[in-house]
Design a protein around this ligand. Structure first.
Ligand SMILES: [Zn+2]
Length: 163
């Protein structure tokens, strides 16, 4: 073997690191370097077991995420109709209802024509006063999309670490 440092032909070379470079050198030159550990360790990615467990964990955690999405209450799209119908079935005027919920009639008028979305406070007052549900638990499609995106990202990450 030829020493990579001095070029001497020797029977035995030592693997050493000299100034960050790994070289096979003779015993003389080995003094200048730090003796390397055996074969450089392969960068260990997650073992199949870890990957499997991650996937299981991901599956387990998903229903909870879905429930969180479902738990989100949003104003129904036909809130204007619901309010109008509920009010007229109770036989009270817009003015009376506005007074009961402590809002201006013009505001209520805009809500009933769908020109304005009532805020949470007004929604609650209207629900209580009219006895209707104006909010619904919805599965936000955006949330669902976001979920699958993040799942993909995690899968990609695992794949990257494997390579
Ligand atoms: Zn040498």
């Amino acid at each position: 073997m030829i020493c990579e440092l001095c070029g001497k032909n020797v029977t035995f070379c030592k693997k050493v690191t000299i100034e960050g470079v790994q070289l096979e050198v003779c015993s003389e030159c080995a003094k200048f370097g730090i003796e390397s550990k055996k074969a450089p360790e392969k960068k260990a990615g997650p073992t199949p077991v870890i990957t499997q467990r991650l996937e299981i964990r991901e599956k387990k955690s998903r229903p909870k995420d879905v429930l969180e999405g479902v738990g989100k209450e949003e104003l129904v799209e036909d809130f204007a109709v619901r309010i109008r119908n509920a009010r007229s079935s109770k036989g009270i005027s817009q003015k009376d209802l506005a007074m009961k919920i402590n809002e201006r009639q013009t505001v209520l008028s805009k809500i009933e024509t769908g020109q304005m979305r009532p805020d949470d406070k007004v929604i609650r007052k209207l629900e209580k006063e009219l006895g209707v549900k104006l909010r619904e638990k919805v599965v936000d499609t955006q949330i669902a999309k976001g979920m699958s995106t993040s799942a993909l990202t995690l899968a990609d990450l695992i794949r990257m670490q494997k390579d």
